[in-house]
Design a protein around this ligand. Structure first.
Ligand SMILES: Nc1ncnc2c1ncn2[C@@H]1O[C@H](COP(=O)(O)OP(=O)(O)OP(=O)(O)O)[C@@H](O)[C@H]1O
Ligand SMILES: [Mg+2]
Length: 377
């Protein structure tokens, strides 16, 4: 299957770190997720929650193309795992009433693989190329031409006698998805007429997604439970849906099937997802940082050894969320726990503790000094 995590030549250490077994709050899809996600996917743009701007822009792109009776511009979607890229690609095809072909970067190892796909597209078909940043180089060049001129050059023969036979292909719409837009070569990026940047979702949006999913699962979800689950979902619909399923399981086995606040809290405690969505590794990092290194600064490798993980794993799996939610600051001198982190862990920082903001200024004399309002309750 195209979503297997096999390594391609453009895979990196980062992919290995991402394979770290993260459990309940991993933004990446597990086998279990793959099985149920299909059922929870919104099918129309109107059902797609949040991402207001993307939705509005996309709706314009699609409708104007339909009005002109042409295939719309190629569309690139960038954003972290679990934010709805695949979902949106399927919606695009559905809104256009067009057939959808799905493949992915790692599945295209040679340009011939891509030629085979491109030359069999029907007119107006939507080609969804997931993880487009992991496609083989020669295929990339073939794709440029196909996107621009709806042509593939099929190379026949080898060496000096090789000739390129141009082959016209049906006008199609490429929908590319990437979790790392920065890794796309500029010429490829430039050939997309429209780029959708997917953001993290607000708690209110996640609540809407949870109600919708609970309805589909036939699980009665209380308002305060929805709020609780949304708050722990790290801005990510996939995590929200997964936590919802864990809570539902708990409610069915240990409760009366109703998804109440108490059930939600008990279930999420069992899965070690705390009130703000931090898991065991996140908390271990903060714990070591505060209790052993007085809040930092401490270097990444030291920190990683102290929690018994690879530096890669700490950096790729845990840090982005900790930094994004203001618990951890990366400074030139190392990782620093923020006042918010001290407060969340229920600890009082020592009077000389370094805080993210001060240390981030690169001014070592700005350390600590118990500056007002920053200490934990
Ligand atoms: N805006 C949304 N509204 C409702 N549900 C959503 C939304 N976005 C995502 N979901 C749900 O979240 C799950 C994951 O979404 P999806 O598979 O589209 O993410 P992705 O961005 O393709 O992730 P990956 O990078 O891992 O491929 C799906 O089950 C889908 O139902
Ligand atoms: Mg996807």
């Amino acid at each position: 299957m195209y979503d297997s995590h096999e390594e391609s030549h453009r895979g990196s250490a980062t992919d290995e770190a991402a394979a770290y077994e993260r459990g309940a709050v991993s933004p990446d899809a597990s086998m279990d997720d793959h099985q149920v996600e299909g059922a929870l996917r919104p099918r129309a743009l109107d059902e797609f929650v949040g991402q207001e701007r993307v939705r509005e822009q996309l709706s314009l792109v699609l409708h104007s193309a339909q009005r002109r009776n042409r295939a719309p511009d190629h569309i690139l979607m960038s954003g972290g795992p679990g934010l709805g890229k695949t979902t949106l690609a399927m919606i695009i095809a559905a809104e256009l009433g067009a057939p959808l072909r799905i493949t992915s970067g790692p599945a295209i190892e040679r340009s011939g693989d891509l030629a085979a796909v491109l030359s069999t597209l029907q007119e107006g078909e939507v080609l969804f190329l997931d993880e487009i940043h992991r496609m083989a180089r020669p295929a990339e060049e073939m794709l440029y031409v196909a996107m621009e001129d709806f042509r593939v050059d099929v190379v026949v023969g080898k060496g000096p006698g090789a000739t390129a036979i141009p082959l016209d292909i049906a006008p199609f719409t490429l929908v590319g998805a990437t979790t790392r837009a920065g890794m796309l070569p500029a010429p490829l990026r430039d050939r997309f007429g429209f780029t959708a940047h997917m953001d993290f979702y607000t708690p209110a949006e996640l609540e809407l997604i949870l109600y919708r999913s609970a309805g589909l699962l036939g699980a009665p979800l209380d308002e305060d439970a929805a709020r609780e689950i949304a708050g722990r979902s790290r801005g990510t619909p996939r995590i929200a849906n997964r936590l919802l399923r864990r809570v539902r399981d708990y409610a069915e086995v240990r409760g009366d099937g109703r998804l109440s606040l108490a059930t939600a809290r008990a279930a999420l405690e069992l899965y070690e997802v705390d009130s703000l969505g931090l898991d065991r590794l996140d908390r271990a990092i903060l714990d070591v940082l505060m209790n052993r290194f007085r809040g930092g600064p401490v270097g990444l490798s030291t920190l990683a050894v102290s929690v018994g993980e690879e530096a890669e794993t700490v950096e790729v799996v845990a840090e982005p969320f900790l930094v994004r939610s203001g618990f951890l600051a990366r400074t030139p001198r190392g990782r620093v726990a923020t006042p918010q982190a001290w407060a969340h862990m229920g600890l009082t920082p020592p009077p000389d503790a370094a805080f993210g903001a001060a240390a981030a200024n690169g001014n070592s004399s700005a350390r600590g000094s118990g500056n007002g309002g920053t200490s934990a309750p």
